[in-house]
Design a protein around this ligand. Structure first.
Ligand SMILES: O=C(O)c1ccccc1NCC(=O)[C@H](O)[C@H](O)COP(=O)(O)O
Length: 217
């Protein structure tokens, strides 16, 4: 799976975020999940230390491997991309438009996450020359993985007003509301952490199967 295919608006792809275990990554791949997220922010409940991430290299070409970073020194995502751990970088903190440009100039595909409370938060999207924008709950200090939903009406309007911009919808998506999220927002992808796990960093494959079905797979 290439970043371009994952971000294509033709269908809604599924990204399961916060993977910490090699076995979970293999099972997601075997089930045909398009993308997994590995969280390299040390304060996350789903933190994956780079020295424990070797399993990601074995999955090259079989599932899109997305690295989640929060206010990191950009040398870390650049190194993990260059060394074949990752296919796409997700900046999920207070990164600037220049941070995105620096990674893009190094040939690294990037998506930028925005915490959404109101229309003004969405207006920041045009500052970033990212390959896609991820809309998540606004979560000061925690940054993500909260299980809180965002206003899907605002998200749908954002998708309609930016037809050339891949939009990934996150925040509080579960097997119970995923199909409704797809039909209300029609994003390029759904991104799910807490709604796909039995405990932080440990995936629940009954939930994953239901989420795949909700995305029409
Ligand atoms: O999941 C985390 O712990 C996390 C912490 C800090 C930044 C980002 C984080 N997760 C990134 C994701 O892409 C999640 O899928 C997204 O925030 C949605 O989470 P959830 O509402 O639990 O599905």
């Amino acid at each position: 799976m290439s970043p371009e295919r994952f971000l294509s608006p033709d269908t809604t792809s599924l990204k399961i975020c916060g993977v910490t275990l090699a076995d979970d990554a293999m099972r997601l791949t075997a089930l045909g999940v398009e993308a997994l997220g590995a969280n390299f922010w040390p304060h996350s409940k789903r933190y994956l230390a780079p020295e424990r991430a070797a399993f990601l290299r074995e999955l090259e070409g079989r599932i899109l491997r997305v690295g989640v970073f929060v206010n990191a020194d950009l040398k870390l995502p650049a190194r993990l991309f260059r060394e074949g751990y990752l296919d796409l970088i997700q900046l999920h903190g207070d990164e600037t438009p220049d941070d995105v440009v620096r990674l893009k100039e190094a040939g690294i595909p990037v998506i930028k996450a925005l915490g959404v409370r109101a229309l003004a938060d969405l207006e920041r999207a045009s500052d970033f020359q990212a390959d896609g924008i991820l809309l998540d709950a606004h979560a000061p200090g925690v940054y993500g993985g909260t299980g809180e939903t965002i206003d899907w009406t605002l998200a749908r309007r954002f998708v309609e007003e930016n037809p050339a911009l891949p939009v990934i919808l996150a925040g509080g998506i579960t097997p119970d509301n995923a199909a409704a999220a797809v039909s209300a927002v029609r994003p390029a992808a759904l991104d799910i952490a807490s709604g796909a796990e039995e405990s932080p960093g440990v995936k629940d494959f009954g939930k994953v199967a239901a989420l795949l079905a909700a995305c029409g797979q």
